[in-house]
Design a protein around this ligand. Sequence first.
Ligand SMILES: Cc1cc2nc3c(=O)[nH]c(=O)nc-3n(C[C@H](O)[C@H](O)[C@H](O)COP(=O)(O)OP(=O)(O)OC[C@H]3O[C@@H](n4cnc5c(N)ncnc54)[C@H](O)[C@@H]3O)c2cc1C
Length: 410
Amino acid sequence: MSNVCIVGAGPAGASAALKLSYLGIPCTLIDKAVFPRDKVCGDALSGKVKLLLGRLDPAILDRFLQIPQQPVWGIRFVAPHGKLIDLPFRTDYDPHTDEPAPGFVSKRMNFDHFLIKEVKRRSNIRFLEGVEIGQMQRSAKGYIIRDKAGSLLLETPLLIVANGAHSRFSRKQAGMKKELSHHAAAVRTYYRGISGFHEHGFIELHFIDDILPGYFWIFPLPNGEANVGLGMRSDFVASKKLNLRKKMEEIIHTKAGIKERFAQAKRISNIEGYGLPLGLRGRNISGAHYMLAGDAGHLIDPLSGEGIGNAMYSGFIAADQAADCLAANDFSAEMMRAYDKRIDRVLGSEFGISRQLQKLLSRKWIAVQMANIIHGNRPLIDFMTAMYTDLSVRKKLLNPLFWLRIIAKR
Ligand SMILES: Cc1cc2nc3c(=O)[nH]c(=O)nc-3n(C[C@H](O)[C@H](O)[C@H](O)COP(=O)(O)OP(=O)(O)OC[C@H]3O[C@@H](n4cnc5c(N)ncnc54)[C@H](O)[C@@H]3O)c2cc1C
């Protein structure tokens, strides 16, 4: 029988293949696309991406730093009443240092292709591109994989399903339902020539009245380009009957503080949309002979919409789990449960806190009050900078007493 099979070669699938390869375990990785290919995304890569690439192999991280990308040193939050909060990733940052920035914006066309080039360097990864999988069928020994035309490709004892947010396997075979309150819809496009960025190119999240809980974003890219988009929780999109494309255009052309910045800008791509299945603590994303990774496992952060780093994490964890399964020759659902536990340990707390913060920020008056308190409060901004890496700081933001104490000190 063949080895481990991974369906989908986005960040989740490519990371699983690379981690397996470094563990000395051969695998087959299959994608319907031929790379380079685009993926509708905001293109923002968090610190997790840099961390994971470096952990896998410092040489890979060096090669990553050579691809086209905009270094990111922080985030500019814009409250519903227009107040700006600039929150750097580190208090002592120096944008002119040789040290790589904590985050990046890199078009998925380039980033995913970079990962695939790494895949192609590895002799123990069999990579099939341009092959669309039509059927993953349970067999006595694992799964039988067929292409769209029904031709048999292989039989595997262990399947890693990483075919993204619209995964049929995830819905039909693993029973992952699309729950609108744990799902977001988003649209994005590219512009050239937007003005008024932060001097160190902070990415921008604009919390605007009628798109809460959600935000409008502008993420600067090299060569004067920017990724521009709008995302919102799907239950609110449905109840407000919003057309996100129209809403985004309305914001760009009519919203004070934004329309002026787009006055000389030119849209250079179509507006495209895609779904974001949001993470929830304690989900079951594995079963006998399979694991779901990345968007197929609903692993996107409910507040920020970050999914690339989480997809890569899940790919790595799936590879480690695969190594344990192969060593024990055990692919049972009980054995796979360890995968769910590992995912929960690494991402579960983040999901819980992000979900609560998302709920909090969906109320306009809270977002406005928080912005008023934070704006210009240097010690508080310094404290909040730690929230990017320290979950306990994020937890504090959920506690009303924390805010009351700050108000009392003013
Ligand atoms: C508008 C938008 C903005 C976003 N912005 C950000 C952001 O700024 N930062 C961030 O971290 N995350 C962002 N995300 C989330 C991020 O895009 C996803 O979390 C990430 O792409 C998940 O990676 P993945 O590998 O699981 O899936 P994908 O990247 O979707 O890869 C799945 C792969 O599976 C392949 N595939 C699908 N079906 C088949 C099949 N039948 N046979 C073979 N291959 C198949 C596809 O071709 C694809 O290559 C955004 C999402 C959206 C929609």
